[in-house]
Design a protein around this ligand. Structure first.
Ligand code: ADP
Ligand code: MG
Length: 201
């Protein structure tokens, strides 16, 4: 599903910082892979490249057999929309939209009709145990609930790969455990490829 060959990435704001030095990585469809490492070691940089949120300098990145390199903004957005679900540490929910509207957003960008996307969003919320919270705003929910909305939103676009950047770092240990179990469950039941950055061994 994911193949990286000799990926290099240097940041050039100020003194050049060579963050990724010849990374090779292969991840099969249906694998659940976690990336661990010290703060500042380049985990987010790597995940952002996998998620087509950022470009790399040299090497090759194949996603589901397709070379992801030098894409235009439009091509990158389309590839992200079709392939990638992203879950963020800080949830990145839209505060003035309720849970179901947040989850439905990727479907809006895929051109799905309002009626259909709301029905699908509700179904994902239901699967994550949040049906009763569908019409609540993010500021009315706990961290764990917000992250489950974030997971529902990532799943709603029917991605090939789910990427999680410290998705549980803002949560207490109990909630962290339940979210990690949820991701394991999604990996098994949906045979979805998941790459997650975590500090939880
Ligand atoms: P991690 O996620 O493992 O903590 P990052 O990938 O965020 O690490 O960062 C790796 C290194 O690159 C850090 O030293 C960070 O300061 C630097 N860095 C990250 N993003 C940028 C950027 N946009 N511009 C310049 N330096 C950056
Ligand atoms: Mg990081």
């Amino acid at each position: 599903m994911i193949v990286l060959e000799n990926i290099n990435k240097t940041y050039h704001n100020g003194a050049p910082l060579h963050v990724l030095k010849g990374i090779d990585l292969e991840i099969e469809k249906g694998e659940l892979v976690s990336i661990m490492g010290a703060s500042g070691s380049g985990k987010s940089t790597l995940l952002n490249i996998l998620g087509i949120l950022d470009d790399y300098d040299t090497g090759e990145y194949f996603l589901n057999g397709r070379l992801i390199k030098h894409l235009s903004e439009t091509q990158a957005a389309a590839a992200r929309n079709n392939m990638i679900g992203y879950i963020f540490q800080s949830f990145n929910l839209i505060n003035y939209k309720n849970a179901v509207e947040n989850v439905a957003l990727p479907l809006y960008y895929q051109g799905v009709s309002r009626r259909k996307r709301n029905a699908e969003a509700l179904e994902y919320l239901d699967r994550l145990g949040l049906r009763d919270w569908a019409h609540h705003m993010p500021n009315e929910m706990s961290g764990g609930q917000k992250q489950r909305v974030g997971i529902a939103r990532a799943l709603a676009s029917n991605p090939k790969v789910l990427l999680c950047d410290e998705a549980t770092s803002a949560l207490d240990p109990q909630t962290t455990k339940s979210i990690l179990h949820l991701l394991q469950d999604i990996n098994k039941k949906m045979n979805l490829t998941i790459v997650l950055i975590t500090h939880q061994m």
